[in-house]
Design a protein around this ligand. Structure first.
Ligand SMILES: Cc1ncc(COP(=O)(O)O)c(C=O)c1O
Length: 376
């Protein structure tokens, strides 16, 4: 087995797809701390306060056993109220939330319509469910419409998308998706990982901003990104919450996070709701980067958010650019297949509210230099 593992690692190296752990250094361009809250003193204080108040530093069990501290119940109500839905359930990570949600609500005779650019956690949840899967080309609403129309089987139909896509930074057309789902009697699940805290009034996400919360079966809101904490909420109806408590294995069969982490997430939700200035600044620096990239002749694809990819094609070129930018003091990673489709290796700039336009200008200087050196 070890020999086979070594051979597979060799193959990854040969294809420039070998991944290794790097400690980030320099100006952060690969962080998901979109609002810059990860260093906020109020988050540290919230944790310290909770640690002082709580007798236990560990949850001591799963939520269904001894791990259901009152802080979790309060946090879930707080978040449901915040985004204006009936209920929310907290999972220890966004990955667990997606596999827990999709792996439990779908049955084998259902059909899932999944956007080709969906995150691995959504894909894995669908695979776990063993439901039929139709992968539609990224944001191709005509294809989706035809596929929904053609699906006449007896099972349920479920459409799964991200609201802001993690690798392209573009947005799903929420109103159009809701319209299609209503026409073809399908349910809609939307992963708001990169929109939570970032988009819409108070950072409530794209579904809330589109006024369509009631028309969506479930939204998923990770807390490890703009909310500068960890875990994720699945939000929707009370029935959905009860169903997940009874069926979602990644919820049932895992130890709850320590209660002080609920205090951390709770304070992060409050801070994010008040971060209008950070959201506006983030939108401005993102637009500044896109404008500068366009002016320099780089393609910015369809990005409409704080995620701005620079598609370079080959893995080698992406690695070369990332190394050149690291040398110039920027922390950015080359994103390669299988995270993105073959031939679309890229740098993925994920911007945050601590960056200034002069940081972006310096990045552009480094990028232009890297492009000149590598002939791109
Ligand atoms: C779209 C999307 N969904 C889910 C996740 C998983 O969230 P977490 O990191 O909390 O497991 C991520 C990123 O990690 C993501 O980009």
């Amino acid at each position: 087995m070890i020999e086979r593992m070594a051979a597979r690692l060799c193959a990854l190296r040969d294809a420039d797809q070998f991944r290794e752990l790097l400690v980030p250094a320099g100006i952060p361009l690969c962080s998901n701390d979109y609002l810059g809250l990860a260093t906020h003193p109020r988050l540290k204080e919230a944790i310290a306060r909770a640690l002082e108040q709580d007798a236990q530093v560990a949850s001591t069990g799963s939520r269904l056993l001894s791990g259901n501290h009152a802080r979790w119940e309060q946090l879930e109500s707080q978040f449901a109220d915040f985004i204006g839905v009936e209920a929310a359930l907290y999972f220890p990570s966004g990955y667990a939330a997606n596999i827990g949600l999709l792996g439990s609500i779908l049955k084998v005779d259902d059909t899932v319509f999944s956007d080709a650019a969906n995150h691995a956690s959504l894909i894995d949840g669908i695979r776990l469910s063993r439901a039929n899967r139709v992968v539609f080309p990224h944001l191709d609403m005509n294809y989706l419409e035809d596929a929904l129309r053609a699906q006449t089987g007896s099972g349920e139909k479920v459409v799964v998308v991200e609201s802001i896509f993690s690798m392209d930074g573009d947005r799903a057309p929420i109103a159009q998706l809701v319209g299609l789902c209503e026409r073809f009697d399908a349910s809609l699940i939307i992963d708001e990982a990169h929109a939570t805290g970032v988009v819409g009034t108070g950072g409530r996400g794209l579904v809330y901003a589109a006024g369509r919360s009631e028309h969506v079966l479930a939204t998923v809101h990770t807390c490890g990104k703009a909310l500068a904490s960890m875990g994720a909420f699945v939000a929707g109806s009370r029935t959905l919450r009860e169903f997940l408590i009874n069926h979602a294995r990644p919820f049932i069969f895992t130890t709850a996070l320590p209660p002080y982490s609920a205090a951390h997430v709770s304070e992060a939700v409050v801070l994010a709701s008040q971060a209008d200035r950070e959201r506006e600044h983030l939108a401005n620096v993102s637009e500044h980067l896109r404008a500068r990239m366009r002016a320099a002749g780089f393609s910015v694809t369809t990005s409409e958010s704080q995620i701005v990819p620079l598609i370079l094609g080959s893995n080698q070129t992406a690695l070369r650019f990332a190394a050149a930018l690291a040398g110039a003091g920027f922390a950015v990673r080359a994103i390669r297949p299988p995270t993105v489709p073959p031939g679309s290796a890229r740098l993925r700039f994920s911007l945050n509210a601590t960056l200034s336009t002069s940081n972006i200008d310096a990045l552009m200087d480094a990028l232009t230099h890297a492009g000149g050196v590598s002939g791109n």
